[in-house]
Each structure stands twice: as C-alpha cells, then as structure tokens.
Ligand binder design. Structure first.
Ligand SMILES: NC(=O)c1ccc[n+]([C@@H]2O[C@H](COP(=O)([O-])OP(=O)(O)OC[C@H]3O[C@@H](n4cnc5c(N)ncnc54)[C@H](O)[C@@H]3O)[C@@H](O)[C@H]2O)c1
Ligand SMILES: O=C(O)CC[C@@H](O)C(=O)O
Length: 526
C-alpha cells in the first residue's frame, strides 16, 4: 500500500481522500529540514503547501518518493530539477485558490485606501481619531496589474466592478485578451507612471525578481499604493521602506516576503504599511479545493499512473506513452530552451517533425513544446493547459510533418516567432530515448539539455575557452559537459556547458565581462 506524508497544514479532506482510496497517510507538520530528511525515505508521496521546502537534500533522501503534490500554485519551495532528476513527479493545483488570492489582493487594496488596520488599532485603543484617517475612493482610480494570468484576471474583473480603470503589464497578454478582460495593455514604465494602485500577480522568476526595484519605484506616481499577494522578491523591500518613509509611496500591503516566515522586517511598524502572513490562499473554500485536488491527483498517480497538472512530466494515455514519452521530453526541453532565451512576447510557434517523428501523433509533442516554452513565465502551465493558454494568448500554432530525408533518423524543430524575428532550435533522440539538441538559432551544436546549464554566445577567437574555464574554476564551479558550435570560422560561437550547481549572479556578471562575450544566460531544465 503506498504511503503519503502530509507535511503542511492542509484541510482534513486530503487525508480523508487518501485513506478512502486505500493510501496510508501520516500528517506531521512543522518538521525541521533534518527531521524531514530522516523520515522522507518511508514515503511514496509528499503533499505540501508552502512551508515544507522540498530541497535537493530532502529529495536526495527521498529514496521511495514518486510524487510531490503542492496544494496550491507556486512551486518555488520544490526543487523541480532535482525532483525530475530523481524521477519524482511534481504536481500543483493551478486554479483552486485563485479566487481567494484575488479577493485578498482586493481586501488589501481597500485596507490601504481607508487605513483600516491603523484605524482599528487606534479606535480599540480608545483614541477615536476621526480626523486622522482620511482615505481615498477606489472609484475612477487606476489599478496597475503586473501579471495578468489567472489571479490577475480575477483581480481585474473585481476592480472593474468597483469602477476602477485597469491597466496591465504582462508580456504574454495579447491586445485581444486585454480587450476581452476590459483592461488596457501597457508597458511597465507606462504602468508605473499611471497607476494609483499597483498589484503584483506574477511568479518569481529571473524576469520578475525585483520588478519593483528602487529604480522602478522611483518612476511610480507620488502617493501610489502597492499590493503584493504573489511572491516575496518581486519588490525590493529596502527601497519600499525608503519610499514609504519619504512619503513618495502612499501605502504598501504585503502578503509575501523575501524571507518567510517574516518574523522581523524593517517594514514592520512603518506608517501606511500593512502585512499579512502569506494568507492569500487561506480561506475555507480554497483550502478544501486544493486539498481535494492534490489528494485526488496524487492518489491517481500512485494507484494508476494517471498524470494530471504535472509540472515535469507529460500527461499521456497508456498506449501512446512508451513511444511518445522521449519525444515529449525532447519537445519540452526545446520549448524551455527558447522560452529561457527569448525575452520578447511570443507571437507564434511552429513545430516540425521529420523522419521517425513524422509518424507519431504530433499533438502531445506540440503540447510539450508549449509547456516548456510558457513554464519559464508561469508556474501553472503544464502539458494539459499549455495549448489552451497559448490559444488564449493568441499565440499562432503551426504543425508541419516533413516526408523527406534528413541527416537525422528523427528530428523535432521548433521555431518561435517574436517581434525581433524567428528563433529556431532543433533536436533528435539518441538511441530513440535520449533527447539531444542539434541546432540553436542557426548554429549546429550537439548537446544534452538537462539540469543546470550555461549558454554563452561569443566572438569565435582563440583563448576564450581558457579564460572561461579559469573564471568558472576560480569560482569553484564544476563543468559537467561542454558543447561548442559556430556559424563560420572566426564569426560567432555558442557554448553550452552543464554545471553541477547554480551559477551565482556575480559570476555571471564576470563572465559577461570576458572579452568577446556577447550573451550569457544561466539555464535550468527540469
Ligand atoms: N499569496 C498567496 O497565498 C498566493 C496564492 C496563489 C498564488 N500565489 C502566487 O501568485 C502567482 C500568480 O498566480 P496565477 O495563478 O495568476 O499565475 P499565472 O501563471 O496564471 O499568471 C502569472 C502571469 O504572470 C505573467 N508574467 C510572467 N512574467 C512576467 C513579467 N516579467 N512581467 C509581467 N508579467 C509576467 C505571465 O505571463 C502570467 O500571465 C503565482 O505564481 C504564485 O506564486 C500566491
Ligand atoms: O498554501 C498557501 O497557504 C499559499 C499558497 C500560495 O502561495 C500558492 O502559490 O498557491
């Protein structure tokens, strides 16, 4: 009988479902990392919210673990590359708490507009300071959404009902979708300049970390009020404190912090600052939703192999699975590679199959490309919802089968249309099972795409590889594999290195400064 550990506070519904489906379940919350490491080896499944950190060390100790289920959306507490490396499926429940979180953002917006927490504390202290708490109306004010996905869309809907004007910055929001939502798509600078209230609804990624930096906060409208119910790290907390102190920022409400639990913060006790302890998803309704979903999904997987809402494996029928699975892994990695390298909005994706791949059902291959591509910008994308999301975002999808001889026995090629032009990558399967990159942006290169990698474009001049090796060696970064490709002798070369550990930002910056380097990017593959 499979055994599941529920290691965070969860609705009792989750344990009820596991037991009803014949799965043994332990509910042990508040474990330290060492305590978790000690017991995790006994379990086939781990059900978490955000407190448990499923780190590399925890996963290394999880010798029987087959599935990690996140009762919620954000999976930044789960090391997905390590889980994938260990063959552990990671699932989340993408929509169960969206309404609840959107409502929390709206609640915080009201609380800021009318200084509710301070007014409450003052009244209950017997002060009756009627003249101290002068608020602002929300009607006719401009709300700036940073991130217009599931939660952002619900916030927009509610704010429009409050007669606010809603503007949104989201590189993946098409003008057509913005029109359907009733919001105006704007650039980040336009949003910063126009919004009376700003609310954040993006995952924490390389492109969103510190999106409200000191520099961007300085571009906001004087008196702006800011709400973050998404992830700590989207706002520079020190700059936010300075902005509140100077009065440039009229108020801020944070549900999430860089360090959680946030037991101390320079922001605490700052006037016009409101905080809640990561309560965005904390309603009876949302917690029942996510508990039921996670327990059903994990039970299905442990008992039947069925995969739903997985972030690192495709969903597949039993018949197609054996032949398609390696192609989907290849497709997902090609999509992820372009997603990590292309920064501008994607307008179209063409998936071409040649050789043996042309005989297969192309749909799951396309879904895998799209999931890999869009997952770099959203925690909620999986093979199942990726094609739907792509359509919703007006991304044009084309599928082409080639009946022609190629250099490879089987080949998948992905071309992404961006405002800056087309970007093409291609790959094959070695031994019909191992994904292998064969072409990147017009340059032939043969490389694995797995784990943590470093992508460098440089001028093809002698001495560069030695300098790069020196920089990595000095920083104690071990190179696993090394792949090189170039357009013509002496022109542009591409290097793809696999590395054992995360590359720290200062090291990336120093590689960037090496003579001849044009582009450097740290990549991660699930
Ligand atoms: N406080 C909480 O308890 C709580 C609860 C649920 C979710 N969350 C957080 O909220 C986040 C959003 O959830 P969701 O369901 O709306 O996710 P989603 O994936 O549906 O939407 C995220 C949106 O962010 C956009 N985005 C990505 N990069 C961007 C960038 N650089 N600039 C602007 N927009 C960008 C994406 O295009 C997407 O539309 C989650 O990632 C999760 O971390 C927090
Ligand atoms: O589980 C929670 O309380 C928080 C969930 C939230 O951060 C999420 O990403 O879904």
């Amino acid at each position: 009988m499979p055994k599941v550990l529920i290691s965070d506070q969860m609705s009792p519904k989750a344990a009820e479902i596991f037991r009803a489906r014949g799965i043994e379940v332990d509910e042990i919350t508040g474990l330290t990392k060492d305590e978790l490491i000690k017991i995790i080896g006994h379990y086939d499944g781990l059900a978490v919210r955000s407190a448990t950190k499923a780190t590399k060390d925890v996963i290394a100790a999880a010798t029987n673990l087959k599935v990690i289920g996140r009762a919620g959306i954000g999976v930044d507490n789960v090391d997905i590359p390590s889980a994938s490396g260990a063959g552990i499926v990671v699932m989340n429940t993408p929509f169960g708490n969206s309404i609840t979180t959107a409502e929390h953002a709206i609640a915080l917006m009201f609380a800021l507009a009318r200084q509710l927490p301070e007014a409450d504390a003052s009244t209950q202290a017997g002060k009756w300071e009627k003249n101290r708490f002068m608020g602002v109306e929300l009607t006719a004010k401009t709300l700036g959404l940073i991130g217009a996905g599931n939660i952002g869309s619900i916030v927009a809907d509610r704010a429009l009902g409050l007669k606010m004007k809603v503007i949104a910055f989201d590189p993946f929001l098409t003008p057509e979708r913005a029109e359907i939502m009733g919001v105006t798509k704007v650039s980040l600078d336009e949003l910063l300049a126009q919004a009376d209230f700003i609310t954040l609804h993006t995952p924490l990624t390389d492109s969103t970390r510190n999106i409200l930096s000191a520099e961007n906060l300085a571009k906001t409208k004087p008196g702006v009020r800011i709400i973050n119910c998404a992830r700590g790290g989207l706002i520079d907390e020190a700059a936010l404190k300075a902005g509140l102190d100077s009065g440039h920022i009229g108020g801020a409400a944070l549900d999430v912090f860089v360090e959680e639990p946030a037991k101390a913060s320079p922001l605490f006790n700052t006037p016009n600052f409101i905080s809640t302890p990561h309560l965005g998803a904390s309603t009876d309704e949302a917690q029942v939703n996510v508990a039921i979903q996670v327990a059903e999904q994990m039970s299905d997987f442990l008992l039947t192999g069925g995969v739903t809402n997985a972030l690192n494996v495709p969903s597949l029928s039993a018949e197609e699975a054996p032949r398609l699975r390696p192609y989907m892994q290849l497709a997902e990695r090609l999509g992820s590679l372009v997603g990590q390298l292309v920064t501008e909005g994607v307008k179209g994706v063409t998936v071409e199959v040649e050789g043996a791949a042309a005989q297969l059902n192309i749909k799951p291959i396309t879904a895998a490309v799209l999931a890999g591509l869009m997952r770099t910008h959203s925690d909620t994308v999986n093979m199942v919802n990726a094609p739907y999301l792509a359509r919703e975002r007006e991304i044009e999808i084309a599928e082409v089968r080639h009946d022609r001889e190629t250099d490879y026995h089987t080949l998948v090629r992905v071309t992404v249309k961006t405002p800056d032009g087309d970007r093409t990558v291609a790959g094959t399967l070695f031994g019909m099972t191992k994904p292998r990159l064969t072409e990147i942006f017009g340059i032939t290169v043969e490389a694995d795409l797995s784990g943590r990698m470093l992508y460098i474009v440089n001028e093809d001049k002698p001495g560069f590889i030695g300098r790069l090796g020196g920089a990595l060696g000095e920083a104690g970064v071990n190179i696993g594999t090394f792949h090189l490709g170039r357009r013509n002798t002496g022109s542009e070369a591409i290097l793809l290195l696999s590395v054992d550990d995360t590359i720290p930002d200062p090291l990336l910056a120093s590689i960037c400064r090496l003579p001849g380097v044009k582009t450097v990017k740290a990549l991660t593959f699930a």
